[in-house]
Design a binder for this molecule. Structure first.
Ligand code: SF4
Ligand code: MG
Length: 344
């Protein structure tokens, strides 16, 4: 299977006066061509830093310390390691917004308040394609139509503050897709929107994906969104990947205690069984105060003292592209006297 993006043991750390914050600490994942990979986890687990590392948008004092970000938009060419590029250099700026589109949670943070939607969209188009002003305008209007913005001729001359949050997010998507990227990175793009608008934006992203064949890396804390969007799921906790698999495997047969706890903590999708909701015990430790051993051991119901608090678990390959990092899945582990995973 062909992949557009392969992140290999990525480490992105922030060197602060208080010490080193290992926001991303050994993340590996792949995004297959044309598929949607959802990266899910509670806030502070390193999802956004992973995405920003790909885009060369990690703010100082953060930097990529180790690992690779293999980028291969065209299967006929050799992969390029984005981790090796100067984040302020020309090559990554060329890739960003041209080969990789991006949409963030707050459209207002990405759209300039000073320029009209049409102006910003036209600039994005002309940055990458050599068109006359008139041709760029026509193409921009066509983009606004494509993302479902009504009265595009009028919206072309509107400023971001004159549009609703949903319309701004559509405009962001229009800008992100202006150059037919091979990958769209969407970081919580619907979190700030009401439920109806959120559903429409998710539909739009799926439609555009069908139409263009682009891959999508979708960052979210919302398992409902994951169920709706994902082909594959990457579950992160404290800067590491704890489990990866297809959306069916993750929802129907979660193997990692953290994934199991996450699934128990949301309203059962389709079951409407809100009464039996559990929350995950304890707080996510701060990334600058990571537990030793397994990062999840301070909250894990199945933690094995003397092992989980000491030795970090390896990422066990469970076949069919499934990986989970937990000692319970170690085939060499002696069977425990108690059930390995406590029943709910
Ligand atoms: Fe729980 Fe231990 Fe598995 Fe970590 S390695 S998830 S603490 S059982
Ligand atoms: Mg985030």
């Amino acid at each position: 299977e062909s992949v557009v993006l392969a992140i290999d043991d990525l480490r992105t750390h922030f060197r602060t006066e208080q010490g080193v914050v290992r926001a991303v600490d050994g993340v590996s994942l792949t995004v297959p061509r044309g598929k949607t990979v959802c990266v899910v986890g509670e806030s502070g687990c390193g999802k956004s830093v992973t995405a920003r590392s790909v885009l060369g948008l990690v703010d100082p004092p953060g930097r990529i310390e180790a690992g690779h970000i293999w980028w291969r938009p065209d299967p006929g060419t050799a992969p390029l390691d984005l981790a090796g590029l100067d984040p302020r250099g020309e090559p990554i700026r060329n890739i960003r917004g041209n080969q990789i589109g991006m949409v963030f949670q707050e459209p207002m943070a990405s759209l300039s308040p000073m320029y009209t939607i049409g102006n910003q969209l036209t600039q994005a188009i002309r940055l990458h394609v050599n068109l006359s002003a008139k041709e760029a305008r026509e193409r921009a209007i066509a983009q606004l139509v494509r993302v479902g913005i009504p009265q595009p001729e009028r919206r072309f001359d509107a400023y971001p503050f004159q549009l609703s949050g949903g319309m701004c997010q559509r405009a962001m998507i229009a800008i992100a897709l202006a150059c037919d990227p091979a990958l769209l990175i969407a970081d919580e793009p619907t979190t700030a929107l009401d439920v109806t608008t959120q559903a429409r934006i998710l539909d739009l992203i799926r439609e555009l994906q069908d139409e263009t064949g682009m891959a999508v890396m979708f960052i979210t804390h919302d398992l409902g969104v994951v169920a709706e969007m994902a082909d594959e799921v990457v579950v992160m906790y404290l800067g590491t990947v704890v489990e990866r698999g297809t959306v069916t495997d993750i929802f129907e047969r979660p193997r990692h205690p953290y994934t199991q706890a996450l699934l128990e903590s949301v309203p059962a999708i389709g079951r409407g069984d809100r009464a039996r909701l559990r929350t995950i015990a304890g707080m996510v430790p701060h990334p600058d105060d990571r537990p030793t051993g397994c990062p999840f051991h301070t909250r894990c119901r199945s933690a094995m003292p003397g092992l989980c608090d000491v030795t970090p678990p390896a990422a066990h390959d469970l076949g069919d592209g499934r990986v989970a990092a937990c000692h319970l899945l170690d085939p060499d582990l002696p069977p425990s006297p108690t059930p390995a995973v406590a029943p709910v």
